[in-house]
Design a protein around this ligand. Structure first.
Ligand code: SF4
Ligand code: SF4
Length: 126
């Protein structure tokens, strides 16, 4: 296994933030039991033409709970689902090395080639 999430929450904190793609606002607001407009108003901010989930004052995603981890796990955005198979990590071995440093869930001795093979295997299963 090359990836086993340790639920450390590291990727739910820090710069950048998580933006939503089509349909995710509806899914998350429905999960939260509030209208989409209210979800956008309360939980999101618009930046560079995209809708991002807001962060708390400590820099963590609004939906990150230190005890429970992601509180919207069943409907979390595709970017959160995809990790660590982000395009940048797939494309660039150096970016993948940096991702390994940041994420304890990626097996430290996993090579970029092995990472690519794992992604191919996942894609074939879909
Ligand atoms: S940084 Fe990696 S191990 Fe930690 S919660 Fe995120 S994906 Fe999981
Ligand atoms: S939506 Fe969930 S998994 Fe994604 S950054 Fe927020 S707390 Fe983390």
């Amino acid at each position: 296994m090359i990836f086993d999430c340790k639920l450390c929450g590291q990727c739910c904190k820090g710069e950048g933030g998580i933006f939503l793609v089509q349909g995710e606002g509806e899914r998350i607001s429905s999960f939260l039991g509030i209208p989409k407009d209210e979800f956008i108003l309360q939980c999101c901010e618009l930046r560079n033409g995209r809708t991002y989930i807001k962060t708390s004052p400590d820099g963590a995603c609004l939906f990150y709970d230190p005890e429970k981890s992601c509180t919207i796990h069943p409907v979390k955005p595709v970017r959160c689902e995809l990790w660590p198979f982000f395009p940048a990590n797939l494309k660039d071995p150096d970016t993948f090395e940096a991702a390994k440093e940041a994420c304890p869930g990626i097996r430290p001795d996993c090579s970029h080639d092995e990472f690519l093979r794992e992604w191919e295997r996942i894609c074939l299963k879909k």
